[in-house]
Design a protein around this ligand. Sequence first.
Ligand SMILES: [Zn+2]
Ligand SMILES: [Zn+2]
Ligand SMILES: [Zn+2]
Length: 346
Amino acid sequence: MAGIADDQPLREGVVIQTDEFVDDELVEPERMEFGSAANITRTEAREALLNYVAQYCCFGKGAAKELMMLKVVPSNAMHYTLETFCEGRYTTYDDKPYQGGAVDGSHNGSAPDPWTLRANPSQMFQDERQYLRIPHTSEVRVCSTCQGSRKVTCGFCRGSGFNKCNSCSGRGEKDDRDKDGNHITKRCTSCNGRGETRCSSCNGSGQQQCYHCNGYGKVEVFRKLNIVYKNHVADYVLEGANLPSILVRRVQGVEIFSQTDRKVWPITKFPVHEINQHSVDLVNLARKGHPKERQLQQRQTLTAVPVTRIDYAFKKFKSSFWVYGLQREVYAPDYPQQKCCGCSIL
Ligand SMILES: [Zn+2]
Ligand SMILES: [Zn+2]
Ligand SMILES: [Zn+2]
């Protein structure tokens, strides 16, 4: 790399463009069998509701025990997820205190292309940042914080060497009472009446060791490679029982299909057209979506989340509640006995 001239501003966040990827030949997966998640009985539905009610101190249990189940409608919500795991790289400048000795500068050769430096994520499909020092980019410079003086003004006393006395708040004297209870003032013993004490941070010198160069006066400047691993997640929920789709996203279901590859082929043979369509759309979007990143892996998952809608009657009130997910979560927005003592429900 060319030397860094002293007057050259250090550019931050230079994004490195990566070449457009050539599509490998994608192999369409085998036709898959799609099962369905288990249904629940009325007893299980009531148990789930009772467990749910028990989580809230002010919900009455009576309704959960007594309500009449008019209709139990089992269904499966479909949750399709596409994860696109990418790597982005950009360079910045960084420095560290220079303690002497040789540095790896341009005299050792030209700096390599940042995309040729080896790095691996610790785990796939997990956001992470890594940093590497780019070889042959180091150079020794005078510390810009202390201008090479190795010291900076003390931040506690602002260079004066003294701080206001804590004991007397800077007055030099303190209020007191004599034997008869009369109000008197006494000289502050902490500061001997001066109202200030010597700064303990700099021992009264008003200066401290430079925090930037650790008192060496010089720093080693180098180019730093910032590697950003990012898992881009896109998903789609198909739900026909009027349960908010955000709830379906949060729970576990039965995995119907999962595929991990450098690039996945969209699902096209699932019996439900909307799933195929959204899989195609999301895969296409992901292909164009991150042009400045290198795609490392892709994973698509289709899960069936059991959702049972229970229409019920309690006294003259009629509504529905839902039991959903493998852990049998409950959604009962109209539960009839929500407040018994006036405390707020979170
Ligand atoms: Zn310094
Ligand atoms: Zn004092
Ligand atoms: Zn000080």
